[in-house]
Each structure stands twice: as structure tokens, then as C-alpha cells.
Design a protein around this ligand. Structure first.
Ligand code: BGP
Length: 494
């Protein structure tokens, strides 16, 4: 079958970008914001900067929204900070409410649809001191918090996201600060996961109760896993990896049940996930409306090496990254894929993974999707001309977006694309050194500088593309339709 035209994006497609509160705002001790676990966690990430200033969006939000408008954004995905809105248990901080009121008004006035995450890793310290994600008391606190958000912003915000990348928080909990204080992470993470699931369900139910026309969904961090070879055991290993890194969460969010794979896994490993009477009945009413997909890269699954149990690590050597792949005896291992390029930070660059992710999720769940993250992390600084020339990011975004278009042609329902990130902001593990923004922020890990905003070449390229609703690619993209010419093995190219 020959396709002669580029894919067509639906009218009203939401074009924007993405951020999270602790990674972009700064102002951690201003406006009544109270300390968060993530403040402590980010402080330990030396030699990188912590979350105290980052892009200083707290003071620059008007300028940032003006730049979004100029770019042609029709959406912006950002997070509310629980520690900015709730200063103590069941205690609302009016200054925090006012800050997001102003930001949301600014967006709405600019014609930009807010897509709002309720939780993106910044657990208030007071909630941590209560027992954090390990205590069921947090369910009631979370319910109070999300109801506060729906009450104040539900008139203007119709797209809500519950917990960012719950799967990643559970898989890499030690790295993301969820596991602090837990003694046996291997077993206890499932108990924490169930509590998070109940919080997710409370958010879904409260949104439908309180927000007229409100829609809510989860935000899986989706890393498609390809089998390393045609060896049938590699296929099963890839499926096991898929289950234990994403499917268990997606199945729960969509079907509101734990799937049979994870039930067997718990039985075999003597794990009690802490399900209480009434939980599963409550979950039944938490019917999501869409799925927000974060997809940066793919991985490769293969038979594990016996005798080794190792979690995946985003290690860094100086200012470069190196992925140390996981290996779980008898279950699965992950590995580097020789068919795709990698960023400086050792993340696979795989635009086809976007099409795969959307096809896979659509086939399994038949729910509309919005892309809430994808992006290219790089070292960057202003050049002699005072600009940032980032052709690698343009290539990345162009190829990923084109593959979203191909997935739409394949029949998948997608209603928006919001890459990570709008401005440069703090990386989860690598401070300001790893930049994702369409807009450069003049600050570094060692020197705050003047925090000036400088749109990168990718900003101007993206602006043209989105203002034409995905028609002006600036390049012939038809190569993406030719299966036979793509992806030589890295070793063949030598
Ligand atoms: C996602 C998170 C984001 C963001 C991104 C990039 O998983 O939702 O918060 O940080 O990953 O990751 P990193 O900053 O580690 O490169």
C-alpha cells in the first residue's frame, strides 16, 4: 500500500509541552510552600543543582506563558505542587491556591488548554513524616488535596492526570525517593503500590464527582520492550519485562483489577500487597477517561543471566550518562539495542517506539491517548552568537511526532502532543546539566546566572509545525514509510 501524503492530525489537536512543579518552579521557600521529600532527594544528587531555583518559573511564569503563546501552543501540561497547596494535614495554603489560579488564568487567557498533573514526586515532608506512601492515612490526605484542587480549578481545568509514572516510582522507588525508610523494597513496594492505586482511584472518582465535563487519566512511563532476538525465550522475557514494568499498572488503571500475572508473582514470592476489604469494590468506580503516555525510548528484553539480580540504573560518569541494564534471574533482563542511536545520556533514540507504544496501548485498552512526555536530553550552553542550535532535538521531535501521525493513521486515537520540556528544567537525576527544553534557561548547576529565556532553534521549528497543525515538517518525511531501509545495526556501520 502506498501512502502519498503526510499523516493528518485531527482538528483541535493539543500541541504544547510539559513540565512538573519541583523541576521547573523553584521558589521552594516562598508563597507558603512547605518542604518536600524531593527537596532532600534532589540535594543528594551532587554535583548537580537541587530544586530550590531551577528555571525559577515561580517568578517567570508570565514570561513563560507569553513564550508558549508566541510559539502557538494550544496546551500546556504541568503539575500542581502538593507542598505548595497543602501546608499541613488538611490545611490549605491560600497563597499556593492563588499562585496556580494566576498561572491557570494566564494560560486560559492565552488560549492554552491546561493539562494538570496532581502528583509528580513532590510528597510534602509532613506527609512523609506521617508514614508517606507506606501508610493508608495518606489516602485520606490525598483525597482532601485533590478535592481542594478540583474545587478551585475545576471550572477552568478539564484534563487531569493523577500520579505521574507510578510504574517508575515503584520500579525505581529508591531513586525517586518513594522507598525512603522501607526495609524490604522487593516486597514492600507492592504494598506502597496498592496505596498509590487507591489514591489514584480517589482522584478519578473525585474528579468525576466535582469537575463538570472533567476527564482524568493515569500517566504511565511507557518504555516499549522488544525481544532481543527471535529466540522464543527472549520473547517471553520481553513479555515478563513488559508486565513488571508497565502492564501491571496499565491493566489496573483500565480494568481496575490486578491481572493474573501479578497475582501469580505475588504468590510465588510470598508477597502481601495489602489489599483491604472494600478496596477492589471502591476501585470499580474509578473508570478513567484517557491515558497520558510518557514515551522517550525503548528497551530490549532477553533471557536473564543466572545468579544476578540487578535493578536498572541511570548512572552518570562525570556529566555523561551510562545505563546499567537490569537482570532478574529467571524473569527477564534488559539490554542495549544495537539498531538505534543513543543520546549523550545513553537513552535510546527510537521514534518507532512512539508508534509502537500507541499501537500497543490502543490494542490493549481502546482509550484515547495524549502524549505528555517525550524529549531529547543534552548538554547545551549559549553559543558565540548567543543562541542554541539544537538540530538533534529537531530531528528527535520531528521523527517522534511523525510516528505519532503514523499511529493516528493506523487508527489510534491521540488528542495531543506535549514533549518534555518547555523550558530547560531540573532533570530527575542530573540537575541542569541535562537539558530538554525548547527554551534555554540561562543557569547552570554551579552558577545561577541571569535565568534569561532564549528560545532554541527547536522552538522556532516546533512553532511552524504546530501552527500548521502538523503539516510543515521542514524535510521530506516519507522515509518513515519504508521499512526496508531503516536501522542498520550500529556494528554494520563501522
Ligand atoms: C520522566 C519524568 C520527568 C522527567 C523525565 C526525564 O520519567 O516524568 O519528571 O524528569 O522523565 O528524565 P530525566 O530528567 O531523568 O532525564
Amino acid at each position: 500500500m502506498k501512502h502519498l501524503t503526510d499523516p493528518v492530525f485531527p482538528e483541535g489537536f493539543l500541541w504544547g509541552a510539559s513540565s512538573s512543579a519541583w523541576q521547573v518552579e523553584g521558589g521552594v521557600a516562598e508563597g507558603g510552600r512547605v518542604p518536600s521529600v524531593i527537596d532532600e532527594n534532589s540535594k543528594t544528587k551532587k554535583p548537580f543543582a537541587d530544586d530550590s531555583i531551577t528555571a525559577d518559573h515561580f517568578h517567570h511564569y508570565k514570561e513563560d506563558v507569553a513564550l508558549m503563546k508566541q510559539c502557538g501552543f494550544t496546551s500546556y501540561r504541568f503539575a500542581l505542587a502538593w507542598p505548595r497547596i497543602m501546608s499541613a494535614p488538611h490545611t490549605v495554603n491560600p497563597q499556593g491556591i492563588a499562585f496556580y489560579d494566576d498561572l491557570i488564568n494566564e494560560l486560559v487567557d492565552a488560549g492554552i488548554t491546561p493539562i494538570v498533573t496532581l502528583y509528580h514526586y513532590d510528597l510534602p515532608m509532613w506527609a512523609y513524616d506521617m508514614g508517606g506512601w507506606g501508610t493508608r492515612e495518606i489516602i485520606d490526605e490525598f483525597d482532601f488535596y485533590v478535592r481542594t484542587c478540583f474545587e478551585h480549578y475545576g471550572d477552568r481545568v478539564k484534563y487531569w492526570l493523577a500520579l505521574n509514572e507510578q510504574n517508575m516510582q515503584i520500579i525505581y522507588g529508591e531513586h525517586l525517593g518513594v522507598a525512603r525508610g522501607v526495609r524490604d523494597w522487593f516486597k514492600d513496594k507492592w504494598h506502597i503500590n496498592h496505596i498509590m492505586n487507591m489514591c489514584h482511584c480517589h482522584a478519578v472518582i473525585a474528579c468525576h464527582d466535582m469537575v463538570p465535563g472533567g476527564k482524568i487519566g493515569p500517566v504511565p512511563g511507557y518504555v516499549p520492550i522488544y525481544p532481543a532476538t527471535g529466540n522464543p525465550q527472549d520473547q517471553i522475557a520481553a513479555m515478563n519485562a513488559e508486565e513488571l514494568t508497565e502492564k501491571v499498572w496499565n491493566d489496573f488503571d483500565v480494568f481496575r483489577e490486578y491481572n493474573t500475572f501479578i497475582q501469580k508473582y505475588w504468590r510465588e514470592n510470598d508477597i502481601d500487597p495489602g489489599i483491604m476489604d472494600g478496596d477492589m469494590e471502591y476501585a470499580k468506580d474509578a473508570k478513567i477517561d484517557f491515558i497520558a503516555v510518557n514515551c522517550y525510548r525503548s528497551d530490549m528484553g532477553k533471557q536473564p543471566v543466572p545468579g544476578i539480580n540487578r535493578d536498572l540504573k541511570f548512572a552518570h560518569m562525570g556529566t555523561r550518562g551510562e545505563m546499567v541494564y537490569s537482570n532478574y534471574e529467571g524473569i527477564y533482563a534488559l539490554d542495549r539495542n544495537p539498531y538505534v542511536e543513543r543520546t549523550d545520556w545513553d537513552w535510546h533514540i527510537d521514534p518507532v517506539s512512539m508508534r509502537y507504544a500507541l499501537r500497543y496501548m490502543w490494542d490493549h485498552y481502546h482509550l484515547p491517548m495524549v502524549i505528555t512526555e517525550a524529549g531529547f536530553g543534552a548538554h547545551e550552553d549559549l553559543g558565540p552568537d548567543g543562541q542554541i542550535h539544537d538540530p538533534y532535538r529537531i530531528d528527535y521531535l520531528r521523527d517522534y511526532i511523525y510516528n505519532v501521525g503514523l499511529a493516528i493513521e493506523d487508527g489510534v486515537e491521540v488528542f495531543g502532543f506535549n514533549p518534555w520540556s518547555f523550558t530547560d528544567l531540573l532533570s530527575t537525576g542530573n540537575g541542569m546539566a541535562k537539558r530538554y527544553g525548547l527554551v534555554f534557561v540561562n543557569t547552570t548547576d554551579d552558577d545561577v546566572r541571569d535565568l534569561r529565556r532564549v528560545p532554541k532553534d527547536s522552538y522556532y521549528w516546533y512553532s511552524k509545525l504546530i501552527k500548521s497543525n502538523g503539516r510543515e515538517w521542514g524535510k521530506d518525511m516519507t522515509e518513515w514509510r519504508d521499512f526496508t531501509k531503516q536501522f542498520p545495526r550500529a556494528s554494520d556501520a563501522d
